[in-house]
Design a protein around this ligand. Structure first.
Ligand SMILES: Cc1ncc(COP(=O)(O)O)c(C=O)c1O
Length: 417
């Protein structure tokens, strides 16, 4: 098999920066292919978090040095997050514990604007965190509709999307990339159609985050949510909201908390140490893109380099899996269309259970995930909901061609217990 193209990415130097990549268990190096469930962190994230505890641990708004430092750091993270998402202003960035909590908070506020019969369009590709918060609005009379997909390649059925979109649609909520099968929908086209009927466009970028540069202006979305533990940072969520919408909607908040700027959406005390760690993740990416400051061009360069490498890994993985008789891959497999998917490969191999395959790999210290991946509608649509879901092998930029070869070798040699 040809070596994947590692253009522009010095993999050895990348891997040296992630302490957990050199972990060994029972004398074997561990292989992280569970990245869609969360990535490992570079030393810079660990250092940033530790430095927060050591030199600036305080609550907001104090008149003493640690509080002033802490507030300055949070402002710096907001600026860096705006560069990461290409938001026009840091005022459009809201922090929260994770994507799910942020989505529930915003969906509840959006619900205040809806009338009975208003429609919300989601898809069968979604992680349930981009479904349940909208289903919750059914109690206010909202109608939730699902856009169908084409199987087994698991792409959106755009004619069904056009059929279901109507002047009654108030919100379209779609994933930037499926966390189960990797599909990347054509978001700018969907945004244009949604805006043409006057709907708001909500994007779940949690899975896409580590696999390409997110650009809220190019997508032209109204809201976008992601989580830094998927892009080499700590467990920390962030949301982009178009400024006029963040100002217009009414959050559920306590009275004394500020009603100005993004902080009106940030209920309670934020997780400052994780915000510090997230800055470390942005700095890591910027450095990979050739800059010692968190600036947009460096972030884009880094993510482009990473995705080139990841695509080569995905091609190698898919090619190898196709040679194992009986394995069914879900998602795009054509080599010339791999830019339409993340390097996240879901498969079944009847009669073996996805969990048994994951256990076998795990017993060799190769980490993968199994089950429905919270992609509830997708698993139902694929007929896998009561069959244990899929085995999911998800690459990140620090994975190597030999790690992909190892997972293939182990699968080819699988013997049920
Ligand atoms: C596509 C997608 N959306 C949403 C979520 C939920 O994110 P969080 O854990 O930050 O709530 C996940 C988590 O795996 C995900 O993959």
């Amino acid at each position: 098999m040809a070596a994947p193209s590692l253009i522009d990415l010095d993999l050895q130097s990348v891997r040296r920066q992630f302490p957990s990549l050199s972990l060994t268990v029972d004398g074997r190096p561990v292989v992280y292919l569970d990245n869609p469930a969360g990535t490992q962190v570079p030393q810079r994230v660990i250092d940033r978090t530790a430095a927060y505890w050591r030199t600036m641990n305080a609550n907001q708004g104090g008149t003493f040095v640690t509080s002033v430092r802490s507030d300055a750091l949070i402002a710096e993270v907001r600026q860096a997050a705006a560069a990461f998402l290409n938001a026009a202003s840091p005022d459009e960035i809201v922090f929260g514990p994770n994507m799910t909590s942020l989505t529930f908070a915003l969906s509840r506020a959006i619900g205040r604007e809806l009338r009975a019969g208003d429609e919300i369009l989601v898809t069968r590709l979604e992680h349930d965190a981009n479904v349940s918060p909208w289903l919750a609005l059914q109690e206010r009379g909202a109608v939730v509709r699902f856009v169908e997909i084409r199987v087994p390649e698991c792409t959106l059925d755009m004619s069904d999307f056009e059929r279901q979109l109507s002047p009654r649609t108030r919100l379209v909520a779609i994933t930037h990339a499926s966390n189960a099968v990797g599909t990347i929908p054509d978001l700018p086209a969907i945004a244009r159609a949604a805006h043409a009927v006057g709907a708001w466009f909500w994007v779940d970028a949690v899975h896409y985050g580590p696999h390409g540069a997110i650009d809220v202006q190019a997508i032209d979305c109204d809201f976008l949510v992601c989580s830094s533990y998927k892009f080499y940072g700590p467990h920390q969520g962030l949301l982009y909201g178009r400024r006029e919408l963040l100002e217009r909607l009414h959050p559920y908040k306590v009275r004394p908390a500020s009603d100005e700027g993004p902080s009106r959406w940030e209920t309670g005390t934020q997780n400052h140490e994780c915000l510090a760690g997230m800055l470390g993740a942005f700095e890591y990416l910027a450095e990979l893109g050739g800059s010692d400051r968190v600036v947009r061009p460096a972030l884009v360069t880094a993510l482009n380099r990473m995705s080139t490498h990841e695509r080569a890994l995905a091609a190698r993985l898919i090619e190898g899996l196709e040679q194992i008789r009986g394995i069914q891959i879900y998602g795009i497999t054509q080599r010339d269309r791999l830019e339409r998917r993340a390097p996240t490969v879901s498969l079944t191999w009847p009669p073996y259970q996805p969990e048994s395959l994951a256990r076998w790999l795990g017993s060799h210290q190769v980490f993968t995930t199994h089950g429905d991946h919270y992609a509830t509608e997708l698993m139902a649509r694929l007929g896998l909901a009561d069959k244990g879901g899929t085995l999911r092998i998800g690459a990140a930029h620090y994975n190597t061609a030999s790690e992909v070869d190892l997972v293939l070798e182990l699968l080819a040699g699988y013997r049920p217990e």
